[in-house]
Ligand binder design. Structure first.
Ligand code: HEC
Length: 124
């Protein structure tokens, strides 16, 4: 009986490891940037109203990682406390939900952003 339970947990653990390995790596260039371009850049490049208010420019990796004038919005490996993810998921104050004053971005795109952060927010 005892060994049965043990074998069961080993199996479950192995399944998790396999699932994690099977995850495709998200690419900043191919996956993340097109989403930001479609949903965020209209306000978050030089002269845009999002940039004007927050200082956040999202047109390239360096400025995205620099964040707002208050600090970074991407915490590599930690999507839960990354402001970028909080805002697109609507976990912060509604007035700060992004895209500002618009429909949320689709769930599958939020997942892509989350995965990218979880995988280390690399410039890949
Ligand atoms: C229609 C314009 C608009 C769009 C589109 C937009 N934003 Fe914003 N964004 C703003 C404005 C305006 C602010 C400043 C909000 C404030 O401080 O009241 C802001 C602020 C921010 C901030 C800083 C919040 C803080 O900590 O003060 C982040 C992060 C952000 N936006 C991310 C995004 C992301 C990610 C997208 C795309 C999914 C996006 N925004 C799309 C207008 C926009």
């Amino acid at each position: 009986m005892k060994t049965g339970i043990l074998r069961g947990s080993v199996l479950i653990a192995a399944t998790f490891v396999l699932a994690a390995c099977g995850q495709k790596e998200v690419s900043y260039q191919a996956d993340v940037q097109p989403i930001l371009k479609q949903y965020c850049l209209e306000c978050h490049t030089e002269g845009g109203k999002g940039t004007e208010k927050s200082g956040l420019v999202m047109s390239n990796y360096e400025s995205l990682m620099k964040g707002t004038r208050f600090g970074s919005i991407v915490k590599p490996g930690d999507s839960l406390s990354s402001v970028l993810i909080m805002l697109v998921e609507g976990r912060a104050d509604p007035s700060l939900k992004m895209p500002h004053g618009k429909e949320s971005i689709p769930k599958d795109k939020i997942e892509v952003l989350k995965k990218w952060v979880e995988q280390g927010a690399k410039n890949n």
